[in-house]
Design a binder for this molecule. Structure first.
Ligand code: OSB
Ligand code: MG
Length: 399
């Protein structure tokens, strides 16, 4: 029987006894530039939950270091995790995801921080019930089609070289980052050189809401793109709706959709016709599943976006991408596109642009705990704190 892990009553779990956090930095094999900034390495926070029976679950807080994609940073995630989320999960009766999420419900925002804890609870509980995370979430696919996301390069030639490299590696969909000054010329060049490639562009909210900006999108509309992702500001549903009425290419929203209500706004205003579901941006797997279900009911296809996750977050992205309405390629490219050595075994592998959904329990990969213990910078262990003074209950009091 498949337990519904969203329903506490049908999926019993014991309480969480210990939480550890590890801040880990990995170098990127190729530096990545978006409309806002350039990165050569990534620091994420890994969350380990241990329950009273010794069951363990892992999650990843994939917040960027700087508040340029959203307001969160690694620092704010660490603060929220240690002050509020750890006390919340230690104070709840069960490791069941819905119970943990209810435990921190009064904490507003901080979706990336919550998402790491949510994923760890899902991993722990699906393992406990002998289910793969994909099956626990309601996934139906045994493999997931992946695309790759390419940053802004120093020149059009350098970009063409990257596209060549990734198509040779087997990926059939490429997403290009665009920004004012880096849009029509590079996208046309890629379109001309790779006419059959499934191509889309992502502006990460970089365009002002002015008529000259719209001209760029009217021109991009003629290049046969699968979608144009998040041209305008996160709160600017109206600008997206106006543009969507003028172009045939579907607009895809990313930064704009943080809560289910945002998706409802997008649907009501026709501000986009595709949804990028990022587990981190939506505060975790339960919310991501809800967004998937609502989009499915509304006939809006979804795909899973990435935040350069290490293996733990990447595996959770593969699992959610196995749900039926993830009908467009997800950003779940193989680990080696970003990291020389991932922290899970085996790493995520894409063959001909396709990733197998693991059938083993939980995220379906083993976590390289020795490596994490060796290489992590900052760490937090609730067991050490409890031995010292047990301040957690006090810190958990939110008024
Ligand atoms: O908009 O998808 C985005 C990375 C950082 C911030 C925003 C985005 C991205 C990516 C990462 O495109 C793609 C990936 O993880 O494969
Ligand atoms: Mg995006």
């Amino acid at each position: 029987m498949i337990h519904d892990l969203l329903d506490a009553a049908s999926a019993p779990a014991s309480r969480i006894e210990r939480v550890r956090l590890f801040a880990l930095r990995l170098p990127l094999v190729h530096s990545f530039q978006t409309s806002s900034h350039r990165k050569s390495g990534i620091e994420h926070i890994l969350v380990e939950l241990t329950d009273a029976d010794g069951g363990v679950g892992w999650g990843e807080i994939a917040s960027p270091s700087d508040p340029f994609y959203c307001a969160e940073t690694t620092e704010t995630a660490w603060e929220i995790a240690t002050r509020y989320l750890i006390p919340a999960v230690l104070g709840t009766a069960s490791a069941q995801p819905a119970v943990c999420e209810a435990g921190w419900a009064k904490v507003r925002g901080h979706e990336f921080a919550k998402a790491g804890f949510s994923a760890a609870a899902w991993d722990l509980c699906s393992r406990r019930h002998g289910l793969s995370l994909a099956a626990a979430l309601g996934g139906t696919r045994s493999e997931v089609v992946s695309g790759v996301s390419l940053g802004i390069e120093a020149s059009v030639d350098a970009l063409l070289e990257q596209v060549e490299r990734q198509t040779v590696a087997g990926y059939g969909r490429v997403k290009l980052k665009i920004a004012p000054g880096w849009d029509l010329e590079p996208v046309r060049a890629v379109r001309d050189a790779f006419p059959g490639l499934e191509l889309h562009v992502d502006a990460n909210a970089a365009y002002p809401r002015v008529e000259e900006a719209v001209e760029v999108f009217l021109a991009l509309d003629r290049l046969g793109l699968t979608m144009i992702e998040q041209p305008f500001g996160a709160r600017d549903f109206l600008a997206h709706a106006d543009l969507q009425q003028r172009i045939g290419t579907p607009i895809c929203l990313d930064e704009s959709v943080v809560q289910i209500e945002d998706l409802e706004t997008m649907l009501r205003l026709d501000a986009g016709r595709i949804l990028n579901i990022k587990v981190s941006r939506m505060g975790g797997l339960s919310q991501a599943k809800r967004a998937h279900d609502l989009a499915a009911q509304s006939g809006v296809p979804v795909w899973c976006g990435g935040m350069h996750e290490f293996g733990i977050g990447r595996a959770a992205n593969v699992a959610i991408s196995s749900l039926p309405n993830f009908t467009l390629p997800s950003d779940v490219s193989g680990s080696e596109k970003y990291y020389a050595q991932d922290i899970i075994d085996p790493p995520v592998r894409a063959v001909e642009g396709t990733v197998q959904v693991p059938a083993g329990p939980g995220i379906g990969h083993s976590v390289d705990v020795d490596r994490i213990l060796r290489d992590a910078g900052r760490r937090f262990d609730s067991a050490e704190i409890e031995q010292r003074e047990r301040p957690l209950a006090r810190l958990g009091a939110v008024s």
